[in-house]
Design a protein around this ligand. Structure first.
Ligand SMILES: [Fe+2]
Ligand SMILES: [Fe+2]
Length: 313
């Protein structure tokens, strides 16, 4: 039954905002659960400074005037917020699938609880995400997650999404929280991290490597590679944010930019975190195999720049 379940993630689903009665019951429900979010937020202070992205170490960035620097930084901040928003939004359809795929009452209960958390996270983040950024997902990461959610069976998702993605979410959101300049948003991320830790543990509790057939093993390897590839290529999205305000950069400029953004060092740190999360009982041979093929190594600044040019729209 689980293999036949298919969902449409509908990431572009709008917020209608027209049904005031529905908005009211959503707020009442959040209040009842003690999980009320923020209603209005001023947007004057950018949540993250240039140092989170290593832009303060980029010679190209430093040479730009203050106005352009601010525009790039705003673009990077918006990218992070929009990506987080869409990950939480994808969590809703994902949980709907996992509730239906649940083979026991407890699994369905657990996914009902997780769905409620993801709905709360979306509610908490939404006031920080400009309306036009809630329409089309940016970056490639969200699309590979959506593909996994659409195509994989429950046990495969217990590993790929519930264990790895949620585990990565703990690390990623914690970084966003500790570097965040705004207390209101910082507390949102810190609270989300607490939930993500439970979500990750659910994956560890449910995933059974003995149930993997050849098809599922293939999906697992593809999924693991997709996560690794997303990190190996470095900060492509940040470079894209820069280019939106500088115009098209040459290969030499791109190589220097990737070097200044410390692409190899930051990717190595991230890949090590990812590898640790992936190392679950029964999965060692998958990870060791990829490690032997040097899969967990980041690309050089030059390779990152070449990949960037190849994929430039
Ligand atoms: Fe979440
Ligand atoms: Fe989650």
């Amino acid at each position: 039954m689980t293999n036949l379940l298919s969902i449409q993630n509908s990431l572009q689903l709008p917020h209608s905002g027209e049904n005031k009665a529905l908005d009211k019951v959503i707020r009442a429900s959040l209040k009842r659960k003690g999980r009320i979010g923020l209603t209005a937020v001023e947007h004057e202070i950018l949540p993250w400074n240039a140092d989170l992205f290593f832009l303060d170490e980029s010679n190209l960035f430093k040479r730009l005037d203050t106005q352009k620097q601010h525009a790039i930084l705003t673009e990077c901040n918006d990218f992070i917020l929009s990506e987080s928003y869409f990950i939480e939004k994808a969590g809703l359809a994902y949980c709907a699938k996992m509730i239906l795929a649940g083979e026991t009452t407890e699994i369905r209960q657990m996914y009902g609880l997780i769905a409620s958390d993801e709905s709360v996270h979306l509610q908490w983040l939404s006031p920080f995400v400009k309306e036009f950024l809630r329409i089309t997902p940016q970056g490639k990461f969200i699309y590979s997650i959506t593909k996994m959610i659409d195509e994989c069976d429950a046990n495969t998702l217990y590993y790929l999404v519930q264990t790895i993605l949620e585990g990565w979410g703990i690390f990623y959101y914690k970084t966003l929280a500790t570097t965040c300049q705004r207390e209101d948003l910082q507390s949102v991320f810190l609270n989300i991290v607490k939930d993500e830790a439970i979500h990750h543990k659910t994956g560890v509790a449910l995933f059974d490597p003995r149930k993997l057939n050849t098809h599922a093993e293939r999906k697992i390897i593809d999924g693991i590679k997709a996560y690794i590839d997303a990190l190996r290529v470095g900060t492509q999205d940040i470079v894209s944010c820069v280019e939106k305000h500088t115009g098209e950069l040459s290969l030499t400029e791109l190589i220097s930019l990737f070097e200044d953004l410390q692409t190899e060092i930051t990717s190595t740190i991230k890949l090590n975190v990812l590898k640790e999360i992936m190392h679950q009982p029964g999965m060692e041979h998958f990870i060791n195999n990829l490690e032997e093929k040097r899969y967990f190594f980041p690309y050089s600044a030059k390779s990152c720049a070449e990949i960037y040019i190849q994929q430039r729209k």
